[in-house]
Design a binder for this molecule. Sequence first.
Ligand SMILES: [Zn+2]
Length: 356
Amino acid sequence: MTRNRPAILVLAAGGGKVSSTQPFPPYSWRDTTDSCRAGRVGDLPAGSLTRIVRVLRGPLRILACHAALLVISALAGCRTATPPPVLDGDPPSIRFLLTFDDGPSIRSNPNPTLSIMNQFATNDVQPGIKGIFFVQTGHPRGGGTPKGREIMHRLAAAGQVLAIHSTSPRGHIDHTRVSTNTLVRELTAAKQLLRDIGGTEPLFVRPPFGSMNPVTQRLYSDLGLHVVLADIPARDGVIYGYNGSFRRRIHIRHCLEDLRAAVSPSPTGEPMTVIIGFHDVNPYTARHMTEYLHILVDEARKAGFRLPAKPFYDDPRDITEAALCRRVPPPPRTHLSPLGDRPTPQANLAPAPPGG
Ligand SMILES: [Zn+2]
C-alpha cells in the first residue's frame, strides 16, 4: 500500500494550456486513424483494373491501412537511434496511475478485463496493482449486460476503482451530442449503479473521445464528477481488424522522454503521478499487460526518471487522492498547498484522452 501523498506534475516549460474543447496535444491518438481513413482508393484511371479495384475497395482499404501502419511502425523505429537527452539535476520521481476505458469487456476465454485484473494481482513487477476502470455502464455489449455487471462487481471486489466513461444504452456516445436532460438522467443512473456495485461514491468521469463543452463540464461538476484524462495514451483504442501494437515500447519511450524533458522534480521529492490510458476491451492490451508494466518501468528509468519502491498505485485511497489532484479543470490553487505559488500541473500540462 502506498500512502505517500501524490506530488504534482509541473512542467518547466513548453506545455500547452488545458482546454475543455481541445485537451489533446501533445499526444493525439487520432493521428493514426485519421491518416488511415484518408488513404482512400478513389482516383484511379478508368478501366477494368479500376472496376476490380472498386469492387475490392473496402478490403483493399483495410489492407492499405494495415500496410501503412506496419511501414509507419518500421520507420518510427529509426528514432531509437537518437539517444535520450542528458539532463542535469536530480531526476524526478514518478508513479504510474493505470487507467482503462470502454470496458468492461464481456468476451470469454479469456475475458480481457479480468485478464488485466488478474495480471495486476500476480505480475512479477509489482503484485497488487490497482487502477481506474472508466466503464460504459449502459453498453448493450458491455456494462449494460448481466455479464458486464458481474465483471464490474469483480473489479470492485478486487479493489479496483470504478468510474464513468459512457452512460448510454446506445453505447459509446459523445456526451456533447446528448441532450442535457438525457445526460443528467444517464449520469445519475450510472452513479447509482457504480455506488451499488462498489459501495462508494463514484467521483470520476472520462468523457468518450475526451469530448467536452461548457454545458457537459457544468453537468459533471453539478453531479460531483471530476474529469480525469491521461498523460500518455497507449494508443490501443482502435479495435478494428488487427489490434496489435508493434510500436508500444517506442511510443511509450518517446512520451516519457518528452515528459522528462518538460518536468522538474517535485519540491517535496515525492513521486509525481503519470496517468497512462489503456483500453481493457482490447484483447491485445490484455494479453500484453504484464509486458506493458515492464515497458513502463524500463523506459521510465531510461528516460531519466526515478521510480519509488512501488512504481504503480496499489491503493484505491491513494488513487482517489491522486486523481483529484489531476482533475480537469484543476482544483483551486489553495488545494495544492505543496506547490505554493508554482504553476499547477493542470495549468501547464495538456493531458490527452487515451483513445476515446
Ligand atoms: Zn472510449
